[in-house]
Design a protein around this ligand. Structure first.
Ligand code: FAD
Length: 439
């Protein structure tokens, strides 16, 4: 470290308040904070990373036990380091991912302080920079990078019933089938989390109802290439905004059991009962929208469009990749789709648990500067916020589709570090008179 004197940083034994100074304060040491620190280090920007728990905490305590990465190891990583001892096409477990980021940060001696929560950031009056209140004291920083994650606060919709006979939890709190009381489970939400959790529970012998909304479901792989490769060469990762109407559409992919394509009809044939979007709960009865077949049809369209685009790409570039006609074969329509349930009496069906795989929101209450709108939504362009000196990193669609993913955040961090360096150069400018006075 240069400007921020390491000896002045609080140590593990420090508990009392104190003031330290740094140029750039990074809040959060998940993949975003680690990437940010790497780029700031390369550009010699003095900085400090504060993490309220441990490095890559979300991968340690915010995920279920059996989770593996959604993308293969060759793809879901930072450019400068491979996963040691893992085949490039394998899917890293959540523990390996956490260890990867810890090792990565150690490689360049990232100035990370763990166990320190940032509680409030305010802009200084009539002088540059920010006052940062933390769980162990006050920090003065010229800049602040909010790297607190794309998925901060689990969201359970207001329709959730007040019914003490039911165990209800968000997917963020799901760990394994044994954790749940005996009985059937309703999983609400069929993105990557809901679908994988439903599959795991059904394989563990549970009766499972899966509530399926609008989704995208790319093939796990097609013609010998993983879908992450296809999204790359087809320019889809680079998309800067979600397609109109697709902003809130979830993506259903899985790296579990070596990776497989999520096909809802296959899950139904396996024994899961598919239902439409969960509408309401009334006296122990849950009702569903009549949209299951439509949601599946739109998911199929999305799936087939990717196969078509891949075929066209192969043709245009004369690639020698084996044809895969079986990827277009469809399962017969299961009864739960042709005659969908519109209502379910939870007690009669033996449902003891509802798992809400309904996504997350951001929470920037601690960031009390002009960079967050009245709805709590960050205001920024490619991570550069409306409050000069405040940056966001790791948010979904920060600059492109890849922004909240492991490989994408590294590139956004680079852009933000470069922006910080340019700003520092402006501020370091001295006019002729000042230079003379400086000697
Ligand atoms: C179930 C699931 C599976 C996923 N799988 C993949 C995948 O396979 N591949 C992929 O590329 N992406 C995946 N993602 C998306 C993304 O990679 C992860 O969400 C990742 O954790 C985001 O990293 P981050 O550093 O931006 O945020 P986080 O990992 O959430 O890190 C933010 C950090 O900030 C800390 N923090 C928050 N507030 C404060 C504060 N006030 N003071 C100090 N510290 C604070 C937190 O403790 C946390 O450690 C997945 C997401 C989920 C939910």
């Amino acid at each position: 470290m240069t400007e921020t004197d390491k000896s002045k940083l609080p140590t593990d034994s420090d508990t009392g308040p104190e003031t330290i100074e740094t140029d750039t304060l990074v809040v959060g040491a998940g993949q975003a904070g680690v990437a940010m620190s790497e780029h700031l280090s390369r550009l010699d920007v003095p900085h400090l990373v504060l993490e309220r728990r441990r490095v890559a905490e979300a991968w340690r305590s915010g995920r279920w036990d059996s989770l593996v990465a959604n993308g293969p190891a060759w793809h879901d990583r930072f450019p400068g380091l491979e996963f040691e001892g893992l085949e490039p096409d394998a899917f890293a477990s959540k523990d390996r991912i956490a260890a990867y980021f810890e090792a990565y940060a150690a490689r360049f001696n990232a100035p990370i302080r763990t166990g320190v929560e940032v509680t409030k950031v305010t802009r200084n009056a009539r002088r540059p920079g920010f006052t940062v209140e933390t769980s162990i004291g006050v920090i003065q920083a010229q800049r602040v990078v909010a790297a607190t994650g794309p998925f901060q606060r689990p969201v359970i919709p207001s329709i959730a019933p007040q019914d003490e006979r039911l165990t209800q939890l968000h997917s963020a709190d799901y760990r394994n089938p044994e954790q749940l009381p005996e009985g059937a489970v309703l999983v609400v939400g069929a993105g990557s989390s809901g679908t994988q959790i439903a599959d795991e529970l059904q394989r563990a012998g549970r009766r499972v109802y899966l509530s399926v909304g609008p989704h995208e479901r790319p093939p796990r792989s097609y013609r010998n290439r993983d879908f992450v490769w296809w999204l790359g060469v087809l320019g889809e990762w680079d998309a800067q905004v979600a397609k109109p109407g697709k902003e809130h559409v979830t993506i259903a992919v899985s790296g579990a059991r070596g990776g497989y394509t999520i096909d809802f009809r296959a899950l139904a044939h396996q024994g899961i009962t598919l239902v439409g979007v969960t509408r309401a709960f009334d006296q122990g009865v849950v009702s569903f929208q009549p949209d299951l077949a439509d949601n599946l049809a739109r998911g199929d369209e999305n799936y087939l469009a990717l196969l078509d685009a891949a075929d066209a790409y192969i043709e245009r570039n004369g690639l020698d990749l084996p044809a895969e006609p079986e990827a277009r074969a469809a399962y017969p329509e299961p009864v739960c789709v042709s005659q969908p349930l519109r209502e379910l009496d939870l007690a009669e069906a033996g449902v003891s648990t509802i798992i809400w795989a309904t996504g997350y929101a951001v929470d920037f209450d601690w960031l009390q500067v002009d960079a967050v709108d009245a709805q709590g939504k960050p205001r920024h362009q490619r991570g550069v916020s409306s409050e000069p000196g405040v940056y966001f990193l790791g948010l979904p669609w920060l600059s492109h589709r890849g922004s909240s993913f492991i490989w994408g955040v590294w590139h956004d961090a680079k852009t933000i570090a470069e922006h910080i360096t340019i700003q520092r150069r402006y501020l370091a400018y001295r006019d002729a008179g000042q230079r003379r006075a400086d000697g």
